[in-house]
Each structure stands twice: as structure tokens, then as C-alpha cells.
Design a protein around this ligand. Sequence first.
Ligand code: PLP
Length: 412
Amino acid sequence: MFNPQAIRADFPILKRKVNGQPLIYFDNAATTQKPQQVIDAQRDFYENHNANVHRAVHTLSQEATDRYENARETVARFIGAKESAEIVFVRGTTEAINLVAYGWGLPNLKSGDEVLVSLMEHHSNIVPWELIAKLTGCTVKYGKVHPDGTLDTADFVGKLTKNTKLASLSQVSNVSGIINDVKHIAKIAHEHDALMLVDGAQSVPHMPVNVTDLDADFLTFSGHKMLGPTGIGALYAKKQLLEKMAPFQGGGEMIREVTLNPQTERCGITWNDPPWKFEAGTPNICGGVILAEAAKYLQKLGMAEVFQHEKELTAYAMEQMLSCCTKLKLYGTTDVSLKCGIMPFGVEGLSSHDVALFLDNYGIMIRSGYHCAQPLHQIFKLQSSARASFYIYNTKEEVDRFVEVLKEVEQF
Ligand code: PLP
């Protein structure tokens, strides 16, 4: 049975106090805390198995390589990929989307082609495509979002044309927590011969995600948002796409051979097989190993249970906030069946930073600002919002304390 109190015991940071108050961490959409199991696994790697991968015949290198490649296998299983060769380790979601933009988009897109994103995207699913549009002459189109933050699916689907080469959409909005039916969109995108990229930064850590079931061509996510370290994440891509894609960066390990042609005095290069073709230089070896530990921790809890816990907490928090606070406004839909555990809100007469600073005085960490999603804030007619976001270790008691302090914020 899912037991947040027992889970909390695994997270050393939750024992600390901030400003003399017990820490309440509600900034999980930005990054998550780490369980002892993940911290220990990192220590174990550096204490016992550290070496560079793929390059040496010695024992430590073999151990590091085995751990790194087994981690790829674990991550592949976690998201339902058919094989580990479909997982490229990257720095995080941002690098994964840039890899697709430069590795697939740059060589394949041209004037007249279209990439379709939505207006609820994180900037990391907008800016790379605008950069590629400048380089290739293709057009970036934006699917509309309703005033309640839900995707205007009819508009999005209507913007898929014979010119659309890629639809790129977040499965969960990092501002509103709204869940998009990416399986349905992928099906329609494929009917238009377009590829489908799913930004899973806010879904993979919080709900069951199976790329094979979604039939996504690309899926991106970040380790630090799912109990793992910063500087590691993954790009899932269908193997046949990775085989055709150009490398994103050049360097060691991503090549099979670099040979000098004495006649031309130039080097001829052949690429390594995917996924190594996309992992130039020494990768974040320990990061990959630890990401797998984080995935195993979540798998043990059960992703359906994680999702259910966050939904229950969100429903409870929204109900408490709306019934106990008079100057508070929740942004986006309050229909919890459309959401997971992210809640944007504001307090009349106060900026989002004032609200966050006030809560910080009471040891409560939330996010304030536009959360790298300015177009969505334009739709909400806001400069910024306060955002509380939940994870496995958050409890109803913490929500009660949060609401109690919010009532004081209102008097400020
Ligand atoms: N996409 C979404 C939906 C996000 O929430 C985030 C981060 O908040 C990103 C992309 C970028 O992730 P990262 O900063 O880990 O690369």
C-alpha cells in the first residue's frame, strides 16, 4: 500500500528545518528531492566502481560500462521501450529536444515544412524549433489553448496538414498540470505522415508512461524531476529514426572510425551505432547509473499508485484552498480528472514572488514566476503565477499547514 509517511523516511532532506520550521517541499515540478537509496548508489559508484566507459580493458572500466549499459536497459523498461538502443542519455529534456531539432530537424526540414507545437509548451519545446526554423526556412505553428489551460484539441488537430513534419507536445503542462491526450494526437499526426515528439518532463516522473502504447516517435525526460541527479535525462527515439538521424555533437565514442586520407589530407568518418552515435565524449556515467536507481525506486512504488496519490493530494489541496481562502485564485481548470499534481495560483493584491517569500518564511517551498512558459501566462493574462507541485513524499498534513499559512498571506 502507498504510504507517504514511510516514503518520507527515505528522504534525509525532509528532516531539516527552514527558517525554524519543518521543511515543506512543494516545488517538485522544478526538481525533486533524492531518497537515501539514490544518494547511496551515487556514493557506491564513486567509492567502488568509478572509471571511464567503453574504452579500457581493465576491471573498473568493465564494471562502470556494465552499470552504465544496464542502467540504459532499466530506463528503457521504465518507459516501455522495445530495446535499450532506443535510449540516448542526455543532460535532460532540454538537450533531448535540441538533439531532435538539430539531429533530425536540421537535415530534414525545409521551407514549406511545418513543426506544430502548442501554446502551453515550456520554452524548451519552443525555442529549439524557432532556431531550426531560422536555419531551415520551415515554419513553427502553435496550437491554441483554452482560457482554462486545456489544449484546444480541434485547433491542434486542424493545424496538422500534409506539410506538418513533426508535432511536439508536452504530455503534462509544467504550469497547470493539465494532461494532454498525446496518444490520440500521435495517431492523428501519423495519419498526416508527421512524427510525434512527447515532452515527458512532467509526465514520466508522475504517471505510467509507455512509449510503445503511445506510439511516440520521440519522448524526452529529465532525471532530476524523478528523484535522480541533475545533468542526466533521456531521449527515447524509435530505432529506425535514430539510425537515420545525424549526430548532434562530434567527438570521441560517437564514431566507428576516423581515418586520414593521405591523398586529400582530410579525415573520413564513420559513425558508431545508435545510441552511442549521439553520446559524444565522456557521458555522465554515474548520472546514468543513478537515474536507473531512481527509476527502480519509483517502479517499486508503482507508477499508477504515484499518480493516484498526487491526484488525491491535488483534489484535497484545491478543495481546501478554495474553501478556506477568500483572496486566492486557482489558475486553469479545477477539474482534477484532467490534471496531475501541479497547481498554479495567485493571491489578490500580491505578486507571486511575495507569496513565495511569505511561504518561505514558514519553511514552505513553492515556485513563483512564469515557469519558462510565457505564452501560457499570456493566455492566462498573467505576468507570473505561484505554483505548488506535489510528489510522492507530500502529505495531507503538509497541505493543511500550507493552507493555514496561505490564510495568513491573505492578511498581509
Ligand atoms: N519541458 C517541461 C514540460 C518542463 O517542465 C521542463 C522543466 O521544467 C523542461 C521541459 C526542461 O527540463 P530541463 O530543464 O530538465 O531540461
